[in-house]
Design a protein around this ligand. Structure first.
Ligand SMILES: [Fe+2]
Length: 298
């Protein structure tokens, strides 16, 4: 039985940081975003007309903090809250401060079975100002949201059930990853929301101390991927995977470390699918070409 996604997109992500200056520099000089100081002491990273797509909040740790899951509308938000509660997940109403900070009409906090934090939200209430990257980058966002996130997912089954059944997200692709022929299988499942981005969330059966295996942002031109790759090298940012093209979503991208201790995939040309008719694929390899992840272990 296929359910209808209650989630429109990954609207934003929240990152905890002990060094906002490092994020400001990284966002402006490497990613091509704009970094704005918020009155509450956080740093808001802009990449489109919205007030932010990545919120950097001060804290003791440098890690991924939460995923902002945008509900399709208020009924979908209410239905998702009800389904999460029915599945035994503790859902807490967001504080007024957080609702204002995230520029949303309503917000519910929950922690999934693998320990990942989420902010389920609906309705954008912030500003809409033209965004001009100082580095000339145009990001692909809008209804598609910030991009995608790959979350550590142990235990795997209840984690998958939450996204598929409670939130109604569709399974785009199933990948059973093996480092070597005799190595254990690591499941990586890719889920789409209503926006049609090939995946907004992926679940990877592996631990990650920084709370995120990687997040992805997409640009409108392949040229901007190449230019970002050069900025990574010029600023001495650690490369986590060489340029390559993924088999499942056909994204041409590279991976680099962030000041948050998780990687960011910087890509172009990801598949947009038709959620109603998409049949789950079973890919056999990470990439058609490139994406040498061994560079990240050097
Ligand atoms: Fe990715």
């Amino acid at each position: 039985m296929s359910s209808v996604s209650k989630i429109q997109a990954l609207a934003y992500v929240v990152v905890e940081s002990s060094n906002l200056q490092a994020w400001r520099h990284y966002a402006e000089q490497v990613l091509g975003m704009a970094a704005i100081d918020a009155p509450d002491g956080s740093l808001l990273l802009r990449m489109d007309e919205r007030d932010f797509r990545i919120a950097i909040v001060p804290g003791a740790q440098d890690r991924y903090r939460a995923s902002g899951l945008l509900a399709v509308d208020q009924p979908a938000f209410d239905a998702a809250v009800a389904e999460l509660k029915a599945a035994g997940i503790a859902v807490e109403a967001g504080s007024i401060e957080t609702i204002l900070a995230r520029r949303v009409k309503d917000l519910a906090n929950f922690i999934d079975p693998a320990g990942n934090r989420h902010e389920l939200v609906w309705g954008y209430t912030g500003g809409s100002a033209a965004f001009a990257s100082k580095l000339g980058v145009t990001f692909k966002t809008g209804d598609y949201g910030v991009g995608h996130t790959v979350l550590p997912a142990i235990p795997f089954e209840p984690e998958l059930a939450l996204f598929k059944d409670a939130l109604g997200m569709g399974l785009s692709d199933v990948f059973n990853f093996q480092m070597a022929p005799d190595a254990p299988v690591i499941r990586i499942y890719f889920l789409h929301a209503a926006s049609g981005r090939h995946h907004s969330v992926a679940l990877a059966e592996m631990p990650n101390p920084a709370g995120c295996v990687h997040m992805m942002v997409e640009v409108e031109k392949l040229t901007d991927v190449g230019r970002a790759y050069e900025r990574m090298r010029a600023h001495g940012v650690k490369e986590m995977a060489t340029m390559g093209e993924h088999e499942n979503d056909r994204m041409t991208s590279f991976y680099m470390m962030t000041p948050g201790n998780f990687a960011i995939e910087y890509g172009y040309g990801g598949l947009i699918i038709e959620p109603e008719s998409w049949q789950t694929t079973h890919t056999k390899q990470v990439s058609i070409w490139g994406h040498d992840f061994s560079v990240g272990f050097r």
